[in-house]
Design a protein around this ligand. Structure first.
Ligand code: HEC
Length: 430
């Protein structure tokens, strides 16, 4: 679970003024204008009162506009490197800072010295073996794969996915390996020595090759469900940070008792309209528009239907076309035709066709929203904001844009983003 302590309380509304800014729709405007607000605005023909002049917003005695109030809150925050050190130490090493470390910051002569001392300590924490343990826990929480007790008979090791994600981050490797790595995606982790040992995953009977975490048996078993939809939901919510529907059309169509908002054609998934004997009617519009979510989901989920309850891909046969069931009487095995009409292909998103798990992994890795999601998860962890999907702890883009750009340019090195977030003004100011 996330570490929640006093720091959570400290990080209230004032702690996160960027959200307040965004709530006013001002984040971009404020950062763009700096001190000479409006001076370069070509739409402003009549220069208004200048700072210090009566009538200038925010001048003594004048009522402030909301953006000025927010800016004032922003400016009033003060860096507290001792407080930041305590929280950073808990989050990056799972222990309190030592007295010696606290004194390093206290002893610094001035603000710049304190900042330098704090930043050096953050670097030390990221280099410490304990950071590996913290990352393993972070990913177990994120993947919800923490195991209690021994691995049950016939069940895969559910630790390997978190171990691999942690290893990629700790070693400064490219985050896209989570979706594209072709070997050694099931490392072991020795918590006592904080050591990762690379290892191959158990082989899939079908011969399915390794595709990052997409072929991890622990995850596939954890999220086993009818028609394999829960596996896709896991991928969507964990790595795209958003529940289904994943896509919204710019031209929504009224339909039945609702509005179809999907971006892939309504007719492109299986339902009673194009297959009168469809076992599940994904074109139903009576209560909800199934296609709003399922037009994306059905174009992907058949890729995941071949893995059984233990997360191992089996070779399909005429009798057993898949390893997942359709929730209708008799619980027959799902077939591709249950999701898609014949000839309909797979898509990560509309316009992003894929053919198998490898190309799906590549499409996920290339999706800018997926990089954004990783950065935002780091941000929420640092600022104790809970889970971006389940706690609705969403973040306006403007808040993490800088880190998103850095992440795109640094070869997907998430460790550097963690370093940046823990040194950021938003983290050290209270
Ligand atoms: C808001 C998005 C959304 C809509 C709308 C939606 N679904 Fe789903 N559906 C999902 C998700 C997500 C899952 C996977 C849930 C899970 O297992 O965690 C799912 C699962 C399913 C399953 C498997 C259930 C099981 O037993 O595991 C079926 C069948 C299904 N949906 C059919 C439909 C039909 C038919 C409709 C329209 C009447 C519909 N869905 C509307 C998102 C949606």
């Amino acid at each position: 679970m996330w570490k929640k302590g006093r720091e959570t309380m400290r990080r209230g509304t004032l702690r996160n003024p960027a959200w307040t800014l965004a709530a006013f729709g001002l984040a971009v405007a404020l950062s763009a204008c700096g001190s000479d607000e409006g001076a370069n605005d070509p739409g402003q023909l009549q220069p208004g009162p200048q700072p210090g002049e009566p009538g200038y917003p925010g001048a003594p005695g004048e009522a402030q506009t909301p953006e000025e109030q927010v800016k004032q809150i922003l400016d009033a925050r003060k860096a507290d490197y001792g407080e930041a050190l305590r929280t950073a130490s808990l989050k990056l090493r799972d222990e309190l800072p030592s007295l010696a470390e606290i004194k390093t910051i206290e002893a610094a002569a001035d603000e710049a010295g304190k900042k330098a001392a704090y930043e050096k300590l953050v670097d030390d924490m990221l280099a410490s073996p304990k950071f590996s343990n913290v990352m393993v826990k972070f990913w177990k929480d994120t993947f919800r794969t923490a195991q209690v007790g021994a691995i049950q008979q016939g069940q895969p090791n559910k630790d390997t996915a978190a171990n691999f994600a942690a290893q990629v981050v700790v070693e400064g490797r490219n985050y896209s390996e989570l979706f594209t790595a072709t070997a050694n995606t099931c490392p072991t982790f020795d918590a006592a020595t904080s050591t990762f040992t690379p290892a191959a995953c158990p082989a899939h009977p079908s011969g399915q090759a390794t595709v990052g975490l997409l072929t991890d048996s622990g995850l596939l078993a954890q999220y086993y469900s009818n028609m394999a939809f829960r596996r896709l939901r896991f991928i969507q919510e964990t790595f795209a940070c958003q529940k289904f529907p994943a896509e919204y059309s710019s031209t929504p169509k009224p339909m039945g008792n609702g509005t179809f908002t999907g971006t892939q054609p309504f007719e492109s998934i299986t339902g009673k309209q194009n297959k009168p004997d469809a076992r599940i009617d994904f074109q139903d519009t009576q209560a909800v528009i199934c296609a709003n979510c399922h037009s994306t989901m059905n174009h992907l989920t058949p890729l995941l239907m071949g893995a059984n309850e233990a997360g191992l891909f089996q070779t399909p046969t005429a009798q057993n076309p898949s390893e997942v069931l359709v929730p209708i009487p008799g619980e027959p095995r799902a077939r591709r035709i249950d999701y898609l009409p014949d000839g309909e292909g797979f898509f990560w998103r509309a316009g992003k066709p894929v053919t198998d798990l490898s190309s799906l992994g590549a499409a996920i890795a290339a999706d800018p929203e997926v990089g954004r999601c990783a950065v935002n998860r780091v941000w929420n962890y640092a600022l104790s904001r809970g889970d971006i999907v389940n706690d609705l702890a969403t973040i306006p883009n403007a808040v993490t844009d800088g880190f998103r750009t850095q992440f795109a340019a640094n070869n997907g090195n998430l460790k550097e983003i963690i370093r940046g977030v823990f040194k950021s003004e938003d983290f050290v100011k209270f």
